[in-house]
Structure formats: C-alpha cells, structure tokens
Design a protein around this ligand. Structure first.
Ligand code: NAD
Length: 292
C-alpha cells in the first residue's frame, strides 16, 4: 500500500480519494478551504484520511502526489510555486499525478520544475464527469515515461475503467483537449439543430427521436438532446469547465497559427454563456445562447 497526498477535494477529487481509501492506501488530504474537512470531505476523514493544512504537509512522505484542482496556475501553485507547495517536502522518487485539465505546455513546465527535485510527473486528465468519478469508471489519458505510467496505473485503476498511455508528459493533456474539441463542437451542433427545429415550429422531441437514430446520432446528441428538449439546464457537465478548456485550446491554437474555425465560433458562444451567468449550469445551455 502507498502513502498518497491528495490535493483538491472538489466534485471530482472527493469520490476518487474515497476509492483510494477503500483500496487501503494511506491518504494525506489537502483542501484550500479547511471547512471542507468538516463538511463535504468529512466522510474521508472518518474513513482514515489525514487532514493536512498545506500541500507541503500533505506531500510529506508521499509516494504519489495527486492533484485535482482547476487550471494550469492552480496546479503550479500547489506543486511548486506557492509558499507552501508540495515541492518543499516531496521526497525524491515520488510521482505527481495530475487529474486536472490544463495546458499541455504548462504540464511540461511543471514537470520540469518537479524533476529538479527528483520528483516525476504524469499528466492524467479524465473524461466521464462526476458520474464516472463516483462510479469509478473514468476514462483516463496519460502523458509520462513508460516506467512512471506503469506505477501510476496501479493507483488510478481504483477509479479509472479505461487508461490510455498517449505519450510523453503533456500528451495526456493534448488528448483530453482533443476530447473537449470534438465534444463541445458536437454540443453546439446539437443546439443549432434543435434551434432550427424550434424556429420552424417542429416538435423538438420528435425531431430528436428521428435524428438520434440516423447518421446524426452521437453520444452527445443522446446526452444533450433530451436536456435541451425538456429545458433541463441543470448540470450535468458544468459549462464553466468546458469554457475553461475551450479557452485553453483557443489560446494554444492561436499561438501556433492553427486554423480551427469551429472551435473559434464555439468559444465565442461559450463566452456569451459565461457572461449570461450560466457557468454552473449544463453546457446544453448553449441552446439558450442561440435563443438569446
Ligand atoms: P471543483 O471546482 O468541484 O473542484 C476543484 C477543487 O480544486 C476545489 O475544491 C478548489 O478549492 C480546488 N482548487 C482550485 N484551485 C486551487 C488552488 N490554487 N489551490 C488549492 N486548491 C485549489 O472542480 P471539479 O469538477 O472537481 O474539477 C477539477 C478538475 O477536473 C478541473 O481541472 C476540471 O476541468 C477537471 N474535470 C472535471 C470534470 C467534471 O465533470 N466536473 C470532468 C473532467 C475533468
């Protein structure tokens, strides 16, 4: 059994940490808001996790340092840039596993800093959302050396159903962003399709049923179509997370002069969605952006 530092106990992190405790690992957990230990994460403490007051305290003696925070700056802050970052205490030979979705170049930069202290790094972003995290059936994309990935798989298999080693550090994040590009452009397509049906006075439910059995059928149509038809915009998948990832890809593609016109258009729609205050609602709210 391993000693694992777990940093970031949000919607995704909490169930993942629960699986590690269940598997018998010793968990040292850190949450930015200490009240989390008395509330959302109380069950983890009751199951034996040790509450820590900083990433550095959590990383003490850890074989693995798992992060599940938000963006690139957040991962950098908890691992090396903050005043109480994990790097201050991390032992040589430890491996960082980052499940956050961040910039691939940012992942490489963080890995280089950690390597200066003999700490390895594997980017391991996930797909499947809170449902798959709770069920332990996440889809995971990994970037790192063969040796590190082999060790990390033994840990993350407790909550991941499909694990694909894509390539070197950063390539897990590249794959995750590919997932987001294909997914969210598809959601925008579903929204425009149903908006067209609506504008032409057609029955949305019947249109959905007809097209989901045809060549337009897709996982995203199956997931988002019924939500749009019934106007159930409760998340689901919080649009703020898709927006964060889309803005990341938009910046990266602009910097490398990549022509991605659909991505650019959908990014504008997500900006409008966020400006409307719907970030904590489901990404099916892209339909409401079209209606507005
Ligand atoms: P969340 O907002 O529920 O949780 C994030 C947690 O990270 C919070 O507890 C927050 O306090 C903590 N955090 C953020 N910045 C921090 C910092 N600088 N220092 C310390 N703690 C910090 O979000 P989530 O849904 O759990 O998502 C976490 C990551 O997983 C994100 O990168 C997200 O894009 C990715 N992700 C989410 C989903 C999903 O459906 N929710 C699916 C796949 C991937």
């Amino acid at each position: 059994m391993s000693t694992i530092a777990f940093i970031g106990l949000g919607n995704m992190g909490r169930p993942m940490a629960g699986f590690l405790l269940k598997a018998g690992h010793q968990l040292r957990i850190y949450a930015r808001r200490p009240e989390v230990f008395q509330n959302e994460a109380k069950h983890l403490i009751e199951a034996g996790a040790i509450a820590c007051s900083s990433p550095a305290e959590a990383a003490q003696g850890a074989d693995f340092i798992i992060t599940n925070v938000m963006g690139t700056q957040d991962v950098a802050e908890v691992l090396h840039a903050g005043s109480e970052a994990a790097i201050k205490t991390a032992k040589s030979g430890a491996i960082c596993i980052d499940h956050s979705t961040i910039d691939p170049q940012g992942a490489k930069d963080i890995a280089a800093v950690m390597a200066s202290k003999g700490v390895a790094y594997v980017d391991a972003p996930v797909s499947g959302g809170v449902k798959a995290a709770t069920e332990g059936t996440l889809v995971m994309m990994m970037g790192g050396s063969d040796q590190d990935v082999a060790k990390v798989k033994e840990i993350v298999k407790n909550y991941a159903k499909t694990i694909t080693h894509i390539g070197g550090v950063g390539h897990g994040q590249v794959a995750k962003l590919c997932n987001q590009i294909a997914q969210v452009i598809n959601i925008q397509g579903v929204a425009e399709s149903l908006r067209f049906a609506q504008a032409n006075g057609a029955d949305l439910q019947k249109v959905f049923e007809a097209i989901s059995g045809g060549m337009a059928g897709s996982r995203m149509l199956d997931l988002m179509g019924p939500k749009m038809v019934s106007r159930d915009f409760k998340a689901g998948i919080e649009a703020r997370l898709h927006a964060k990832d889309f803005f990341l890809v938009k910046d990266a593609s602009t910097k490398s002069h990549l022509d991605m016109p659909a991505l650019q258009t959908v990014a504008v729609q997500l900006e409008k969605l966020m400006a409307s205050g719907w970030g904590y609602d489901d990404t099916s709210s892209l339909l409401k952006v079209l209606e507005a």
